[in-house]
Design a protein around this ligand. Structure first.
Ligand code: AR6
Length: 231
């Protein structure tokens, strides 16, 4: 059984090619049954160019609100690199709040390989989607659709054909998908965040009044989707 350290809100290193280290260390009071877990990327802060300071404030605010509502569930903010600015900002801000570090922490790794490479069990992962809910495009969206295979595209189309900014849609992962078989992911929640990139649809032209409201709505929709799965 792979067990991950949850003793602090620190990143755990994902070391490829070294199974021992990939398991991480066992923290105090941590069992293999970690409870339902949502892994989510920082919505809108890469391709959609949303301000990182503002985004990190909103992540911490929404996490603080929802850790109380997820029962024994956990929320995990994921990014690819140790140098992630958004992870550093969130960790610094979380440290100043009263948030249970077993219920919320950050993790460095590919969201499509959290269990197989990182030893972190997450039954639900979030996607920073595009409004058409199309595969490809880049970023975490391309990674998730590519790792899941075409069955996720079909399953997604059965739930919705498009998304408005600030909304999310819960998609059950077909058991034929390797995301299900290899990673143990039963649901993907697609989220559409606010877009500050002039090259992308629904460009907000630096309107952070609307942008912050949409990002709050996006995290609310995401976390409510997770709550609906684990109830
Ligand atoms: N695992 C974990 N985190 C990742 C991964 C991964 N495999 N890939 C990227 N990230 P982005 P957005 C992090 O650009 O800004 C797409 O083309 C990344 O470092 O994926 O909401 C869609 O089709 C960053 O912290 O999403 C949309 O058109 C976070 O995920 C558009 O990009 C989000 O980065 C959405 O842009």
């Amino acid at each position: 059984e792979m067990i991950s350290s949850l003793s602090c809100a620190a990143d755990k290193e994902v070391k490829e090619g070294n199974d021992q280290l990939a398991l991480g260390s066992v923290g105090p009071g941590v069992s293999a049954d970690d409870g339902p877990t949502l892994a989510f990327p920082s919505i809108s802060t890469a391709d959609f160019q949303f301000n990182h300071e503002k985004a990190s404030d909103i992540i911490v605010e929404k996490v603080e609100e929802f850790v109380k509502k997820v029962g024994n569930g956990r929320l995990v903010l994921v990014d690819l690199n140790h140098g992630s600015k958004i992870l550093s900002l969130v960790r610094a801000k979380v440290a100043q709040r009263n948030i249970d570090s077993k219920k919320f922490f950050t993790f460095v790794g590919d969201i499509t390989q959290l269990y197989s490479k990182g030893g972190l069990r997450c039954n639900v992962i979030a996607n920073a989607a595009n409004w058409r809910l199309k595969a490809g495009g880049g970023g975490v969206n391309a990674a998730i659709f590519s790792a899941a295979g075409p069955s996720l595209e079909i399953a997604t189309k059965e739930q919705a054909s498009s998304l408005h900014p600030g909304n999310a849609v819960v998609v059950p992962v077909p058991s034929s998908s390797s995301l299900y078989g290899r990673e143990g992911v039963s649901h993907v929640i697609h989220v559409l965040g606010p877009n500050m990139n002039p090259q992308r649809p629904n460009f907000l032209n630096d309107d952070y009044n609307r942008g912050c409201k949409i990002l709050r709505d996006a995290y609310t929709s995401l976390f409510e989707g997770f709550v609906s799965i684990i109830r």
